[in-house]
Write a protein that binds this ligand. Structure first.
Ligand code: 1PX
Length: 211
């Protein structure tokens, strides 16, 4: 039921991502993204240029996860190992060939850093702080570095349409604003964990600048 949709369940996906062996499972990682995109969708058409790109990237990954080599796409670790061993990761300019899982996940990974900063900003923000300012600051400190001027401009304009902090916390559907803040406090360490493991994995294999 669309109405019962709560951000608590969405963020919980990032908790189930990490295995005991500190591997990041692609299944829950992508379902977390699907939920976030659904939430973004509910914020209005002004964000559709963002959700379109995010959907395209999640779709690429879901195709790998359901494709012939699906057993290689169980975790980020198995994906990196498989794609590197088989020369599937283009380190030069984009060749026009299919986008690798590694370069695609890298885009989502950078966006996860934005999410982490944004949710932390929301959680610790004052009651009267503006969501658009929190969002712009988080974006400028993360994703914006990788985007051309025109994308940065469009994103910044769209952020102005975000509802005020407390209204935003309420549409997360977790209960009152205070309850949403508490939920964010519980969920954020898991998102940080997923981010940290991925960052280390990609750094180790020199994959942080994939075109
Ligand atoms: C409680 C908070 C929940 C909020 C949920 C929001 C979900 C946001 C999902 C955003 C995913 C963005 C993925 C962007 C990936 C990317 O960087 N793509 C660029 C590079 O791709 P390429 O294949 O060319 O190398 C691409 O150029 C992106 C274009 C679209 C614009 C991306 C702007 C990203 C702004 C992220 C902030 C979302 C603001 C949501 C407001 C709540």
């Amino acid at each position: 039921m669309a109405d019962a949709f709560s951000l608590r369940e969405v963020l919980a996906a990032f908790q189930t991502c990490v295995t005991e062996r500190r591997e990041v499972l692609l299944g829950p990682y992508l379902s977390g993204w699907r939920g976030l995109i659904r939430f973004l969708h509910s914020l209005g058409a002004i964000f559709s240029f963002i959700s379109k790109d995010a959907v395209a990237k999640v779709q690429i990954m879901e195709n790998y996860c359901g494709g012939e080599q699906r057993d290689k796409y169980v975790s980020l670790q198995s994906m990196v190992e498989y794609e590197l061993a088989n020369g599937l990761v283009g380190v030069q300019k984009r060749s026009g060939g299919p986008d690798s899982g590694c370069r695609t996940v890298l885009r989502l990974h950078r966006a996860l850093r934005w999410l982490q900063l944004f949710l932390e900003g929301l959680r610790t923000g004052r009651e009267d702080s503006r969501t658009s300012v929190i969002c712009t600051d988080s974006y400028n400190a993360s994703l914006a570095t990788y985007h051309p001027w025109v994308v940065r401009k469009a994103a910044t304009v769209a952020f102005c349409a975000l509802p005020p902090r407390n209204a935003f916390l309420e549409i997360m559907n977790v209960g009152t604003a205070e309850e949403a803040v508490a939920m964010l406090g519980e969920a954020l360490p898991y998102i940080c964990d997923v981010y940290g493991i991925t960052q280390e994995l990609f750094a180790q294999h020199k994959l942080l600048d994939l075109p």
